[in-house]
Design a protein around this ligand. Structure first.
Ligand SMILES: NC(=O)c1ccc[n+]([C@@H]2O[C@H](COP(=O)([O-])OP(=O)(O)OC[C@H]3O[C@@H](n4cnc5c(N)ncnc54)[C@H](OP(=O)(O)O)[C@@H]3O)[C@@H](O)[C@H]2O)c1
Length: 366
């Protein structure tokens, strides 16, 4: 006997999601069924005025976060691929998603021409912050405040394309004054969006442990030393995977107001606790040396660490309590709790390859 689920992939999806089906996914599935029934009735009545479900657009879609958001939309929220648009500078990188039926369009924030077209048809837009704006300009010492032109181009293109709701991946506590210089650009982008005619959701993503594991914690496993400027400061790390889940939930929802979400992990950790976990999981003793942020920056710079300004500012921000917050916004958006830092570290033991890096975080000249 062929079950309903086998006949209808959308119902199969609902069954798979089962009890843990997040509220937005349930709504989506019911919405799809209602849409089909309504379409049938209207077609029968020969009416042209059909109800339309929103078109969802992800910009900067080929990055780590963007691809995870697309996966969540398709596999967790069971969004019909014909309702999804991915905008990227590198369409070829998204060929697998194109093969699943997503519309992949070319779009670059540095080229305003074509951006309105790239955003056209979208009702809800996820604007993924770029890695280029603040960091490169800071490192090049060209424009430490980020690129105002890019902010204007993105907002105007979204407005001109008729987007109703914009979701932006921002950063924790971006309001000035902030020691974390990349947040000035996040703050100004938030401002530009607030001044627009669109409704919005700011997703202030806390720190990914993914980034810190790859760029500094793995070095501690290799060397047995870690240099910290964060003192007793604490941070509620949340994985990139969970941030993507939250972004997909916000995009797939029908929220049409204005809201700031703090996307944090379920508990905070100080660096001593993080490094103790990493030491235990990777079977390696790690000595943590605490210095002032200025001294941390001096030592890292001396060793040629390009990201010294970024890491030092993050440690200083942590010491100032800027990351010391546990919010329930992730749960409110997704209906589930975020994964723990410990589970992430256990699932990602430091590899041989990761330890083949220069030990800039080792406290070798204390
Ligand atoms: N919370 C944290 O701990 C943390 C850590 C690292 C980064 N971030 C921020 O979160 C963002 C997403 O993280 P991720 O892991 O996905 O980073 P990623 O893999 O490095 O992706 C970078 C993103 O920037 C986009 N981009 C760069 N220049 C662009 C341009 N001129 N026009 C349009 N898009 C441009 C890329 O889009 P395409 O290549 O597809 O065009 C890509 O989506 C980063 O860009 C950064 O702002 C947060």
């Amino acid at each position: 006997m062929t079950s309903n689920a086998a006949k209808n992939p959308r119902i199969t999806c609902a069954a798979q999601v089962g009890e843990s089906c997040p509220p937005y996914a349930r709504k989506e599935i019911l919405g799809q069924i209602a849409y089909r029934m309504e379409t049938k009735v209207r077609l029968k009545g020969n009416q042209r005025n059909m109800t339309k479900l929103p078109i969802l657009l992800v910009s900067g879609a080929s990055g780590g976060l963007g691809q995870l958001v697309l996966q969540n939309l398709l596999d967790r929220y069971c969004i019909d691929p014909t309702r999804i648009i991915a905008v990227t500078r590198s369409p070829a990188k998204l060929s697998e998603f194109a093969a699943r039926g997503i519309a992949v369009r070319a779009g670059d924030f540095d080229k305003s021409e074509g951006l309105v077209e790239a955003f056209s048809d979208a009702d809800r837009l996820l604007l993924i912050s770029t890695d280029a704006d603040p960091l490169q300009s800071y490192l090049d010492d060209v424009d430490p405040m980020g690129d105002p032109n890019r902010r204007r181009v993105r907002r105007q293109a979204a407005e001109a394309a008729g987007v109703a709701h914009i979701i932006y991946t921002s950063a924790p506590n971006p309001e000035p004054p902030t020691v974390c210089f990349w947040k000035r650009d996040h703050f100004r982008t938030e401002q530009a969006i607030r001044e627009s005619s669109m409704s919005w959701s700011m997703l202030r993503n806390w720190e990914y442990p993914d980034f810190h594991l790859a760029y500094s914690w793995a070095q501690a496993v290799a060397s047995g030393h870690y240099l910290a400027g964060s003192g007793a400061g604490r941070c509620a790390f949340i994985t990139r995977k969970d941030c993507a889940h939250a972004a997909a939930a916000a995009l797939a929802s029908d929220f049409s107001g204005k809201r700031v979400f703090n996307i944090t992990g379920a508990r905070t950790y100080c660096m001593d606790e993080v490094l103790a976990l990493i030491a235990e999981i990777n079977g390696r003793e790690i000595e943590v040396t605490h210095v002032s942020p200025a001294e941390m920056r001096r030592r890292l710079t001396e060793r040629g660490e390009d990201l010294a300004p970024v890491f030092t500012a993050f440690h200083e921000g942590m010491g100032l309590g800027k990351y010391d917050c546990v919010s329930f916004d992730f749960e409110a958006l997704t209906g589930t709790t975020p994964g723990s830092l410990e589970d992430f570290l256990r699932a990602n033991p430091v590899t041989e390859e990761q330890t083949n890096v220069v030990f800039r975080f080792a406290d070798l000249n204390s």
